[in-house]
Design a protein around this ligand. Structure first.
Ligand code: ASP
Ligand code: MG
Length: 444
């Protein structure tokens, strides 16, 4: 069996739902389970409704609710007819009546617990899957709509609940019975706690649902259908001839995610990683176009992608007391820990340490405390360039080519060897795009 997950933009209107169903039906013989997000912007709208109602602005909440209702009804009317349209109306009405009483409750209480928030947010996926499943039936596809809450068990950390794998795997195997020729439709993002309350896996959690379900059922593949052609060799807004990467390893993809290749979040594909299931990232708007396979081992070495991140601050701490002393680094890191500031890249010499951070919220306090340890220097408005690829350092000429290509770019710091899949460089922020373009031209 396979899992096909469609993101919000892939089901945002009747036309896109049909595109998604064209894709799903082309895989009908592979016993597909279709996992859907809420329609684009619906979850955001539900968040806004929740906030407005809690702030006592019931009118605003009802206004957004009415827009969402109108949009879902319009899609139903466009894609369904006869008794199926009637069924859709009844179900949509039921959902919006429930949402309406939840809004009433919030505006009376002026309080929204994480649990109530999840109850409200879960409707986005309930609504979208209702329409997707009915449209599939309308097109004559044998369809089964399952409520993901019946088999995705989570803990009770509402708004970012963690799946409980043991009961989830068991329940999914008992209840989800894919077979060739049949389409199963279910929701991403939502689950249920052991005590029976609706929970969500956190924003963007539908990818996670897809790999959880895929891993539970031993899927041969999890396909993530989105609105871009997979993972690119670089940001296409920066590099005009950036192209789709065919195959990338889980580790390489995780490295890129930090640098804003937000196509898939590493933690959401963890269940696939653990069970060795390949994850394909494809574009619903361009189904025959290129996509990326994220796999355990991507063949070949060498550079896979170049990513960049601005807004980096470099902090140096130097002290002659550091020479042959111990405990120095731990005191430095304790300062960052105390202020909940992650350190990204580090370089040390015998008497100094340089570190980068991308969250400079507590910078002035951190600097003040570090001054008790040594001389502190700060450089702001820097950027990190990250070159990702398996075993880059094994090719000595590679490093020479990187530095040769960047001969006119002052490189402030280098990090190589902390993982065998990336070389990171710190450069002035204003030179980031040019440096990425130069490197992309050199290697791709
Ligand atoms: N609908 C949810 C959200 O917008 C989950 C998802 O799309 O993955 O965060
Ligand atoms: Mg999403």
């Amino acid at each position: 069996m396979i899992v096909l997950k469609f993101g919000g933009t892939s089901v945002q209107n009747a036309e896109m739902i049909d595109k998604a169903l064209d894709i799903a039906t082309s895989h009908l013989e592979r016993a597909p389970v279709l996992v859907s997000s809420a329609m684009a912007r619906v979850t955001d709208g539900l968040v806004e409704i929740t906030k407005a109602a809690t702030a006592g602005n019931e009118e605003r909440a009802r206004e957004i609710l009415a827009q969402q209702r109108a949009h879902h009804f319009a899609v139903a009317e466009e894609s369904l007819s006869g008794p199926r349209l009637e069924r859709a109306r009844v179900r949509l009405d039921h959902c919006f009546a429930e949402l309406s009483s939840l809004v009433k409750g919030l505006s009376l209480l002026r309080e929204c617990t994480p649990r109530s928030s999840d109850a409200i947010l879960s409707f986005g996926e309930i609504l979208s899957t209702t329409l997707v499943a009915l449209r599939a039936e309308e097109r004559g596809i044998e369809t089964e709509l399952l409520d993901a809450r019946d088999f995705v068990r989570t803990d009770d950390h509402f708004t970012s609940a963690l799946p409980l794998f043991e009961p989830t795997n068991r329940l999914a195997r008992e209840q989800v019975k894919p077979k060739p020729g049949k389409l199963i439709v279910t929701q991403g993002f939502i689950g249920r706690t052991e005590s029976g309350a609706t929970s969500t896996l956190g924003r963007g959690g539908s990818d996670y649902s897809a790999t959880i379900i895929g891993a539970a059922l031993g899927a041969e593949e999890v396909q993530i259908w989105t609105d871009v052609n997979g993972i690119m060799t670089s940001d296409p807004r920066v590099v005009r001839d950036a192209r789709t990467i065919d195959r990338i390893s889980y580790n390489e993809a995780a490295e890129l995610a930090y640098f804003g290749a937000k196509v898939v979040h590493p933690s959401t594909i963890q269940p696939a990683v653990e069970t060795g299931i390949p994850v394909l990232v494809m574009n619903t708007g361009d189904p025959s176009g290129p996509g990326t396979a994220i796999v355990e081992r991507a063949d070949g070495k060498g550079l896979r992608a170049i990513a960049g991140k601005k807004g980096i601050t470099l902090i140096h701490v130097a002290s002659t007391r550091m020479l042959n002393a111990y405990g120095f680094l731990s005191r430095i890191f304790a300062t960052f820990e105390k202020h909940r500031t992650p350190v990204d890249l580090i370089a040390t010499s015998e008497v100094s340490v340089s570190m980068t951070i991308d969250n400079s919220q507590s910078l002035s306090t951190i600097v003040r405390e570090l001054q008790e340890i040594g001389r502190v220097g700060v450089e702001e408005e820097l950027a990190i360039i990250c070159l990702v690829g398996q075993d880059l350092w094994k090719e000595p000429a590679f490093i020479a080519r990187v530095f040769g290509a960047l001969k006119d770019t002052p490189i402030r710091m280098v990090s190589l060897g902390s993982s065998d899949i990336n070389l990171s460089l710190v450069v002035p922020g204003k030179m980031l795009n040019t440096a990425i373009q130069i490197l992309h031209g050199e290697f791709f």
